[in-house]
Design a binder for this molecule. Sequence first.
Ligand code: ATR
Length: 280
Amino acid sequence: MADPDRPFLACVIGWPVMHSLSPLMHSHWMEQQGIKGGYVPILVRPGTLEPALRALHPLGFAGCNLTIPHKLDAMEIVDEVDDVARRIGAISCIVVREDGALFGTNNDWLGFLGNLKQSVPGWRGDAGPAVVIGAGGGARAVCHGLLREGVPEIRLVNRTAAKAEKVAADLGGSIRVLPWKDRHIALEGAALAVNTTSLGMVGQPPLDLKLDCLHGEAVAADIVYTPLETAFLQAARARGNPIVDGLGMLMHQGPAAWRRWLGVEPLVTDDLRRALEDRL
Ligand code: ATR
């Protein structure tokens, strides 16, 4: 539990980072819970993560979140990594212990699942195969979450097949790698399709995915949240498929970080969502 006499300090470390909605989200919760302190963005150059992380303890930080491009590099720097982060191969959240030791974990998979379950209350892992597009850190977290939920098969599609093969080998379970050119037909019979690539993000080309084979009730999910509704999600919505946007994933990984840092879990509310949407 937080010490009321000590301000709570945390940050998000990335490059770029000033666009991050995390400071707004955590500040919203701090105000709501009457917790003094601050949550700030910190711009840390690629290759300079270690001195930045080592400065957290002397500067009084209780923890941090990591974003692009630091999630993988942090694995080699922190003093302790939990099983989930090791399995996913990336760290999204660090706890700074009293003695300065750094503990790394990954909450992205919780964010993805929490968002999916809240957005589509009837969703069940055993409803059918899932198609996951991409093979980066986001894909690894999503695949981990889906396997935990008992998804019978993950069809993993990535431009660079070798990266997808590595994800399948590392995560085990029923992950089947399909060639990038087959991504459209991979949707046949799937209950869920998830974009974990940066395609569709502002400034990036859209995800080229034809939805003709997507079952009418299949869920379309994206981890991109700028824009809130990517072209992929717009196309799925136009066909009548349930859609799940990436903003919810950001919101739903926050409470797990708070549990680690403060021993309490803030709520993901419509108010919070509106506050974040206003900033987009
Ligand atoms: P993160 O860790 O945030 O998931 P990443 O490791 O950079 O980010 O992964 C980005 C994903 O987007 C990868 O799957 C990447 O495909 P490659 O492995 O082939 O690089 C995918 N991606 C990015 N730009 C792409 C593009 N123009 N076409 C297809 N896939 C793309």
